[in-house]
Design a protein around this ligand. Structure first.
Ligand code: PGA
Length: 250
């Protein structure tokens, strides 16, 4: 069966020292719990190795991006192999901020997913519509295309390794959360889309996280929905107590 997952996405926040402190706090808080979900923190590249050194095996580590090339003359880029060499096991790909500000297209993302697979990293692949697409009702098509274009070229076996994160862009960092019913509607649609392509078993085994202003006060209601398998958490992951409050929602 699919896993429940709560993953933090720190984005471009915390210095190295602040990040190590936060990771230490999350790690300590986890020690006194037996969570009903996998817990992951997604941290800046600069923090990966130092964070890995202060966390235990029960706390997963993720990068927030990786390059779409294997290695070589790509000044400033960080490869999937480099990420994996820090001990990180996950990589967040296709976040709406990467799509919007750094021009990441489905073609680029497909290559990044290949790079992740080639280096044993689990992609946490983000999809989601902007406000206009929500309001004009095209969000089903938008989300379907994002999945189809970047991911449906992979074998069922490879697709089965991907964690999906549905993040409506209008809910990210805005304080406006999708209602639990809105999340369930689109998550069920996503699962159905996967089932049509890869069959029911693959679809049932795919973890689909919700992201967008998820916090301790709304996580329980969201996670109670049958097709919501956890959360990708931005702002609320920057404080160990609020992050653990979301973990405790399971
Ligand atoms: P948020 O961000 O929780 O701050 O809305 C979520 C995300 O972008 O992953």
């Amino acid at each position: 069966m699919r896993k429940n997952i709560v993953a933090g996405n720190w984005k471009m926040n915390t210095t190295l020292q602040e990040g190590v402190k936060l990771a230490t706090e999350v790690n300590e808080a986890l020690k006194s719990r037996t969570p009903n979900c996998d817990v992951i923190i997604g941290v800046p590249f600069t923090h990966l190795a130092s964070v890995k050194a202060v966390i235990g095996d029960n706390l997963g580590l993720s990068a927030e991006n990786c390059a779409d090339h294997e290695k070589g003359a790509y000044t400033g880029e960080v490869s999937a192999a480099m990420v994996a060499s820090t001990g990180a096991k996950y990589v967040i790909l296709g976040h709406s901020e990467r799509r919007q500000y750094y021009g990441e297209t489905s073609e680029i993302l497909k290559v990044k997913v290949e790079m992740a697979f080639a280096n044993g990293l689990t992609p946490i692949f983000c999809i989601g519509e902007v406000l206009e697409e929500r309001e004009n009702g095209t969000y089903f098509d938008v989300v379907k295309s994002q999945i189809e274009d970047a991911l449906f070229g992979f074998s069922a076996e490879d697709f089965g390794k991907i964690v999906l994160a549905y993040e409506p862009v209008w809910a990210i960092g805005t304080g406006k959360t999708a209602t639990a019913d809105q999340a369930e509607e689109i998550h069920a649609f996503i699962r159905n889309t996967i089932a049509e392509k890869y069959g029911k078993e693959v679809a049932e085994n795919t973890s689909i996280l919700y992201g967008g202003s998820c916090k301790p006060s709304n996580a329980k209601e969201l996670f109670a929905k049958p097709n919501v398998d956890g959360g990708l958490i931005g702002g609320a992951a920057l404080d160990a107590e609020s992050f653990m409050g979301i973990v405790d929602a399971f």
